[in-house]
Write a protein that binds this ligand. Structure first.
Ligand code: GTP
Ligand code: MG
Length: 318
């Protein structure tokens, strides 16, 4: 019997030519497993092929894809034993998510402008350098800054408020500007490299969605945008898993997240982001320095909301 041809690249799947493979790669689908798990409608939209063709391609991809194995519950338990928690600076907010932001997970902070997303990210960058007994992870941080809102001066004042040496803290924060969404995604690859040399325990993306929103505006690019965001989130989650790190991302949304997430006309990767993030915390303004943080559909913890305060010292209980 003739030896079966090895199936390694997208082009090895019957029905996928060079042009289709390129369209898929442009949309972030680079290997057979990613193709195999694509929804039919997305494949139709991205590859610009008929439903019939797409169905055949998916059947083939699923046959050849290495879908992975089931793991036993005790192995998952063993891995979860290493989960550590990072304090937000507010005990109330920490308790909302079971004692701080978890490693091996993604936490999304979403809310309108001025709701405190960037301030919380700054506080996390400082806190991760704290020793474990003070709620930190005794580690370093990576920030992917898409809106140029990182302020070292703010890190300094937050550090001083915790009796930390600002210069030491700043040395442990690695910042990269992301100039567009593909650059933003590449920076996660870079993060894996940096983490080989530095004990990175936090990777923050502020804002996760801003570039995607601008670059993929309009209905026709919706499927593509969701694919890219999905891929980006999974890359981040992989980083969280490999380095037992916290991932914190921000997402600016309209003042009515309930409406926003239910309305397909609204931009920004609502569903994709929502489904990949393990913890989703909505933020809204209250009186003066006070903000209301609310945990939304968490698998592990009850919904609830707390008041926090964003003061000169940083994030504290409200
Ligand atoms: P967008 O990125 O525009 O969506 O907003 P955001 O959610 O990131 O808001 P951000 O975290 O930038 O919050 C800005 C608010 O934080 C300001 O309006 C101030 O209320 C507060 N803030 C920022 N810096 C300081 C500071 O040094 N001291 C105090 N007390 N408050 C500050
Ligand atoms: Mg911001």
């Amino acid at each position: 019997m003739a030896k079966e041809k090895k199936v390694e690249t997208l082009e090895d799947i019957p029905g996928i030519g060079e042009a289709t493979a390129q369209k898929l790669r442009d949309a972030g689908i680079t290997d057979i497993i990613e193709l195999a798990v694509m929804p039919l409608a997305d494949l139709v939209a991205i590859a610009e092929i008929s439903e019939n063709q797409a169905r055949k391609i998916l059947e083939a991809a699923r046959k050849f894809a290495d879908i992975g194995n089931f793991v036993q519950g005790d192995q998952i338990l063993e891995k979860r034993k290493h989960i550590a928690k990072l304090t937000t600076g507010s005990q109330a907010l920490d308790s909302l998510v079971g004692g701080g932001l978890e490693t091996q997970s993604i936490t999304e902070f979403f809310g309108p402008f001025g709701s405190g997303k960037t301030q919380i990210i700054h506080q996390l960058l400082v806190n991760v350098t704290l020793p474990e007994e003070k709620g930190g992870l005794n580690g370093e941080a990576l920030l992917i800054d898409t809106e140029n809102t990182f302020r070292p001066e703010r890190i300094s004042s937050m550090s001083k408020a915790l009796n930390l040496n600002p210069e030491d803290v700043l040395k442990r924060i690695h910042v990269a500007r992301a100039y567009n969404s593909s650059h933003q995604m590449l920076l996660v690859d870079k993060a894996f490299e940096i983490a080989k040399e530095h004990p990175i325990r936090l990777i923050a993306v502020d804002s996760l969605t801003a570039h995607f929103r601008v670059e993929y505006s309009g209905r026709s690019s919706l499927a593509e945008r969701q694919q890219m965001l999905n891929r980006h989130m999974h890359d981040l989650l992989r980083f969280a898993d490999v380095y037992n790190a916290v991932v914190a991302v921000t997402n600016q949304v309209s003042a009515r997240p309930d409406v926003f997430y239910g309305d397909p006309n609204q931009p920004i990767g609502g569903n994709i982001v929502g489904h990949t993030a393990t913890f989703r915390i909505s933020l809204r303004r209250s009186k003066g320095e006070k903000r209301i943080a609310r945990l939304i559909d968490s698998p592990a913890y009850p919904e609830g909301e707390v008041v926090i305060q964003i003061s000169d010292e940083g994030v504290r209980d409200g």
